[in-house]
Write a protein that binds this ligand. Structure first.
Ligand code: BTN
Length: 324
């Protein structure tokens, strides 16, 4: 019922109605005004700032930043069909994995306001700043994919997230192969894909997405200051986290469903357009050697085709590359 009260306040906010009276909420939901008050208190305890005005009712002040279940709504067919918000967790990917083991449904989204042990690729950590970033994981059961194709979910997600950010903010976000979201030369987000299953079929895939939304310079530790940015730092205005989350989830749903029906070309051509690595001289570490060459293309598996300085051609399936 708390979720329904929150949904009513959120919808009122969306429609530009500032206050909803306790009596109106009570009548709509078939509960007492005392019960409404109890749920308002619970919403507050979860981080909602609810202003109560005599004779007017309740107004949700921080709707733009609320990520609780009742506040976030998506019209999707897979992604977000089940949704969990946690004020804090170790890592949303780890929580999603626990839920997969416990038998969660496909499309589950686990969102956290704060992660105590957020994880990045290659064993790195991920900076999580409460109230200012988006940290979430999506559980998919992509039975149509063999294990050697599951990595395609990374470029699919990268395109979906990139498109959502561009559509909402107009900021020139681009992709650095394979999973980085870049804005004006600095990292603004990343994707961590973890999957399990047999060789011929993927049982589950967990797609973890982290976006630096409203971080200020003070939120970014000095060792990351040169390489990381946020949508706010780069664009100059605050971005509504709730709206961005909704946009990303519906974009991911659209690209995922389309890829199940039409195959990987449905997103790979867009990935190639958004990928700033292509055509650039790069260097990378492979088999304990540092190699350099030019990034020439993305193959059908999402691998990076590199023409090495010694004129040989190599396809990178994962790893880190540095643009020179
Ligand atoms: C990277 O660029 O190295 C990937 C970063 C992925 C971070 C996200 S935040 C939500 C999800 N939970 C995690 O622990 N990691 C991912």
């Amino acid at each position: 019922m708390q979720e329904q009260v929150l949904t009513m306040l959120a919808e009122a906010g969306e429609e530009g109605r500032r206050y909803l009276s306790g009596g109106y909420i009570a009548k709509e939901l078939g509960i007492t005004r005392a019960a409404v008050w109890k749920y308002i208190e619970a919403i507050r305890a979860d981080g909602g700032i609810v202003r109560a005005a005599p004779r007017l009712g309740y107004h949700l002040v921080n709707l733009d930043d609320l990520l609780q279940a009742g506040a976030v709504s998506v019209a999707t067919s897979v992604v977000g069909q089940s949704y969990t918000y946690l004020p804090r967790v170790d890592s949303t990917n780890s929580e999603a994995k626990r839920r997969v083991r416990a038998g969660c449904p496909e499309g589950l989204v686990v969102v956290a306001d704060n992660q105590k042990a957020g994880r990045g690729r290659m064993g790195r950590g991920w900076l999580s700043v409460p109230g200012k970033g988006l940290y979430f994981s999506v559980v998919l059961f992509p039975k149509h994919l063999p294990m050697n194709k599951v990595a395609l979910l990374t470029p699919l997600t990268a395109v979906a997230v990139c498109r959502a950010i561009i559509d909402m903010t107009g900021l020139p976000v681009a992709l650095k192969w394979p999973n980085d979201l870049f804005l004006k030369g600095q990292k603004v987000g990343g994707i961590l894909l973890e999957a399990g299953g047999e060789a011929d079929s993927v049982k589950y895939a967990i797609i973890g997405i982290g976006i630096n939304v409203n971080l200020t310079q003070d939120d970014i530790p000095s060792d990351l200051a040169q390489i990381a940015t946020s949508l706010y730092l780069s664009g100059g205005s605050k971005v509504a986290r709730r709206k961005l989350l909704q946009k990303v989830l519906s974009s991911l749903d659209t690209y995922y469903v389309q890829s199940v029906n039409e195959g990987p070309e449905s997103f790979l051509s867009e990935y190639r357009r958004l990928c700033l690595t292509l055509g650039r001289p790069i260097k990378f570490v492979w088999q304990n050697h540092t190699w350099s060459g030019v990034a020439q293309g993305i193959n059908d598996d999402g691998g990076l085709i590199v023409k090495l300085d010694n004129q040989e051609t190599l396809v990178l399936r994962s790893g880190d590359v540095h643009c020179l």
